[in-house]
Design a binder for this molecule. Structure first.
Ligand code: SF4
Ligand code: SF4
Length: 179
């Protein structure tokens, strides 16, 4: 697996921080039948990529996830990513041990974006999805505490050069789309 400088205790602290916030003050899964959790219904290749080192806070024997190791050079990952990356899928969506859900679930519907001069902001997910997220479609005003907490979490994660390279690569692609 590719190495990460983010320690297990940092991932745990980030999970705890994000456990205390939600994008909106109600269960948004009720307005869309939890479309994002059920993404595999639309495309069974979908799941969640764990960030480098994120597997440290998971147990591969947990029975609610399936694990697949992706080889970095077979996918569009940054040049600096050399090795294997964990990709997981949940077996019983939208039900999961909420305190264990991966970063990708915790940040959605936002993504981190780095400007050319390296300034971090959170933006709505703009990757193509096989379902419609009502919050993205409507650009719903999200809870300020959620936005701040996700930004704080990503500030910590971006200290890892590999994670920085990923967010940088995605941000430059995004800038390309909007030109
Ligand atoms: S984040 Fe979007 S797609 Fe996911 S449950 Fe909430 S409204 Fe639905
Ligand atoms: S881990 Fe939980 S929150 Fe994430 S997609 Fe699966 S069911 Fe949904």
């Amino acid at each position: 697996m590719i190495k990460s400088s983010i320690r297990k205790r940092t991932y745990r602290a980030i999970y705890r921080l994000l456990d205390r916030v939600s994008p909106v003050p109600f269960d948004c899964g009720t307005i869309c039948e939890a479309a994002c959790c059920n993404a595999a219904k639309y495309d069974d290749s979908l799941g969640m990529m764990l960030l480098p080192g994120e597997d440290k806070v998971h147990d591969k024997h947990d029975d609610w996830l399936t694990w697949e190791a992706l080889i970095s050079n077979e996918y569009e990952f940054p040049e600096s990513w050399k090795g294997k990356i964990w990709f997981v899928r949940c077996k019983t969506p939208p039900v999961c041990p909420r305190h264990k859900r991966p970063m990708q679930c915790r940040t959605f519907p936002l993504l981190p974006h780095l400007s050319e001069d390296g300034e971090l902001s959170m933006v709505f997910n703009d990757f193509e999805l096989p379902y419609a997220c009502p919050m993205i479609e409507d650009e719903t005003e999200l809870d300020e505490r959620f936005v701040k907490a996700t930004e704080t979490a990503w500030k910590h994660l971006l200290r890892d050069p590999l994670i920085y390279d990923l967010v940088w690569m995605e941000s430059r692609s995004r800038d390309g789309w909007s030109e």
